[in-house]
Design a protein around this ligand. Structure first.
Ligand SMILES: Cc1cc2nc3c(=O)[nH]c(=O)nc-3n(C[C@H](O)[C@H](O)[C@H](O)COP(=O)(O)OP(=O)(O)OC[C@H]3O[C@@H](n4cnc5c(N)ncnc54)[C@H](O)[C@@H]3O)c2cc1C
Length: 391
């Protein structure tokens, strides 16, 4: 995206990627349909030591700007859920869009190129802005501006590396400790019923040092897996969770279970399990309501049993044993600390001509197109600053 913007400004760009195919994350994103943005984007959808850092870039290149670009390229898309926009056809449409934009100017792309060393040049050697000398597997490279867009640590098998953090450290930047985010969570069998494949809407909450109010809550679908829990509710809360905090899960968010059961109780000869299964998945009810009580007629059950049933369904508490790691995480929380970056240009405050954009920065979006919007917005902020600088 940064190269594409600079192409329009007529600036000469070399894109270096060590992977064989570039933009692989776009290709695999959104289940192959790339959730390329969200109609509603605000800083409240991002996790960072300083969430306000993202405000300027997001305001200057908005979802509507990216949607307009998508429309100019004739890409068909649809809204799926809560403002999330997906390609109708394939993620490849977004990759093709970016490549087509890059072809509008002097942009060269070097794939399968590894960078082994970066050196900042003294102003006398590198021109007005100093500049950089890179050692790469395809020979030496010199540039006036160096943009680090290496992403985070998620999905190493398609090229993720800690290279961006290494470069940041080389030039004195602090790294906010990276952690897998938007990631399935693991639990031991004593914490949860074993219901692999079962999916249902839940309300999920946990205390979080990353949340402005100290706790975070999502209303989304949750999926039981062989290793624990997944689905949008879990992916969202995984980004916020502190390792030692239990999750609170309401498995019947639209239903006041106690009031519902009390209301139906009088003279009701139906079993507790049958009554509950009219509103909730039967497998879930059978797993959570003790068998003896579940089989009894509702009319015969005491307030105490109904209260206990309510707690089992609406007050499940479970402490994850961990997560499924970077192999399954959609993004990496943490990264290059925003404190030492300029929020309107993404330029390092420590090293002139050095920029960090996208996921390598300590700005992590929610599930739902926010991470790509941050990638586009931060790339455009950076490109505009470079385009405005002397060539
Ligand atoms: C399975 C999956 C699905 C996702 N779906 C969505 C979605 O639908 N919507 C959404 O908003 N976000 C989604 N994301 C997150 C989104 O893909 C990322 O946040 C986004 O791609 C970040 O863009 P980036 O340019 O910063 O980094 P990346 O897209 O990760 O690109 C970094 C590039 O740097 C290259 N690189 C890394 N190390 C080196 C090195 N040492 N030398 C040279 N090159 C290097 C990599 O090969 C890669 O091409 C998804 C992520 C995953 C893993």
């Amino acid at each position: 995206m940064c190269a594409a913007q600079l192409a329009r400004a007529g600036r000469s760009v070399l894109v270096i990627d060590h992977a064989r195919r570039i933009a692989e994350k776009i290709r695999i994103s959104g289940g192959g349909r790339c959730n390329f943005t969200n109609r509603q984007v605000g800083v409240e959808h991002f996790i960072s030591e300083n969430p306000a850092f993202a405000r300027s870039a997001l305001a200057r290149y908005t979802p509507q700007d990216f949607i307009a670009l998508v429309e100019r390229h004739g890409i068909a898309f649809h809204e799926k859920h809560r403002g999330q926009l997906f390609c109708d056809r394939s993620s490849q449409d977004i990759i093709d869009l970016l490549l087509a934009e890059c072809r509008l100017g002097p942009v060269q792309i070097l794939a399968e190129c590894a960078v082994s060393a970066i050196r900042a040049l003294p102003v006398s050697e590198g021109g007005a802005s100093g500049g950089y000398a890179l050692e790469t597997s395809q020979g030496p490279v010199r540039c006036h501006h160096l943009v680090i867009a290496c992403g985070g640590l998620s999905i190493p098998k398609i090229g993720a590396s800690d290279f961006g953090y290494q470069v940041a450290r080389q030039f004195g930047h602090r790294i906010v400790t990276p952690a897998p985010a938007l990631v399935p969570l693991t639990f031991d069998a004593t914490q949860l019923p074993v219901l692999p494949g079962l999916s249902l809407p839940v309300r999920i909450a946990c205390p979080s040092t990353w949340a402005r109010r100290g706790t975070m809550q999502f209303d989304e679908d949750m999926l039981f897996t062989h290793k624990g829990l997944s689905g949008p509710a879990i992916l969202q809360i995984s980004s916020y969770r502190d390792p030692h905090a239990a999750l609170s899960i309401d498995l019947a968010p639209g239903l006041d279970v106690l009031a519902h059961l009390k209301q139906l109780r009088q003279g009701n000869r139906t079993s507790l399990n049958q009554v509950l299964s009219q509103r909730l998945p039967r497998r879930l009810v059978e797993a959570l309501v003790p068998a003896g009580e579940g089989a009894r007629r509702l009319a015969d059950l005491s307030d105490a049993v109904l209260r206990q049933t309510d707690v089992s369904l609406k007050g499940l508490r479970a402490l994850p044993t961990g997560d499924e790691g970077y192999a399954k995480a959609e993004v990496t929380r943490g990264g290059v600390a925003t404190q030492e970056l300029n929020q309107s240009s993404m330029e390092s405050r420590l090293q002139r001509g050095l920029f960090f954009i996208g996921e390598v920065v300590d700005v992590t979006g929610w599930l739902g197109g926010y991470n790509f919007q941050w990638a586009w917005s931060s790339a455009v902020a950076c490109a505009r600053a470079i385009a405005a600088a002397p060539a």
